[in-house]
Design a protein around this ligand. Sequence first.
Ligand code: GLY
Length: 351
Amino acid sequence: MSTVHVPVSAPYDVQIGTGILPGLGKQIRALCPGAERYILVTDDMVGPLWAGTALYSLRTAGLTGRPFTLPHGEISKTSRNLVALLNYTASHRMSRSDILLALGGGVVGDLAGLAAATYMRGVSYIQIPTTLLAAVDSSVGGKTAVDLPAGKNMMGAFWQPRHVLCDTATLSTLPEDVFTSGCAEIIKTAVLFDEDLFSLLDRDGKAFDREAVIARCVAWKRDVVVEDERDTGRRALLNLGHTLGHAAEAYSGFALSHGQAVAIGMATVCRAAARAGLCAEQVPEQVEALLEKFGLPTHTDAPFDALMERMLSDKKRSGGTIRIIVPQRIGQCAIRSMTTEEAAAFMKAGL
Ligand code: GLY
């Protein structure tokens, strides 16, 4: 088993290993000695596969609780479901020393995290990521949210989990396309910080060592989050490929998965950076080759104007400029602030 310590304002550990979910109840007893009750938030895909193991472990440890099961997918990440979860939590007479558990991918983790941040002004929660994307990204760092009609993650809070327990056995039941989608976030980490990881992924493809690679990605994310917990500076690096990716994802009506969209965004920004002379021509070639090896797309057929319109709404939120993450070489990227016009011209060159 690997452990990555995250020394933020409320420090916690991320544990990664195979077959560690049955130890959940014992972990809670050790970490939250005052907890008597829990709500286990999950979805209708993950619940039938893994909730039984978690519930048995919790019961054996003497904890009392119930599952709360959402329909799977982004469609569930609503304020309505948040309030339903809060009411359910209250009806179970949960106190401030009790605990919420998020068993699932990013949607479950983000929604349960926001419920934990707001229930009685804040209770502990444990992230139990069951997708690759959640394991290497969304379960770590304390970003919690639901979507509003105006956009993704528009209602949220920073609220760090009490613990993250990542059982790599859960990845074995992922549909292939969901696993592939998570690989985009791993490739993103390699392009951002870790040339050796990039080579390792190129060598091993999808057969990479789950525990070692997840722990390595979590450690990179930890370093960024510790430096910039509230996302006011360097944490923006983690958005490599996301500005154009979000635009392509929205344009597709969410037919593109988040990972596919990030892959397109990453490849586009690498091509754009090379055309602008900010990195060598080999960088986009290498990144495209690795994405293709993992079965991820590198181009969008969305019209330029439609993409720019969506990118512009990102820009409005950040008050006048867009921060684009630009690769300098594999393993090193920079944050560049651009005006709308500069960003449009820059991205157009990469499409
Ligand atoms: N997923 C990006 C972040 O945690 O900042």
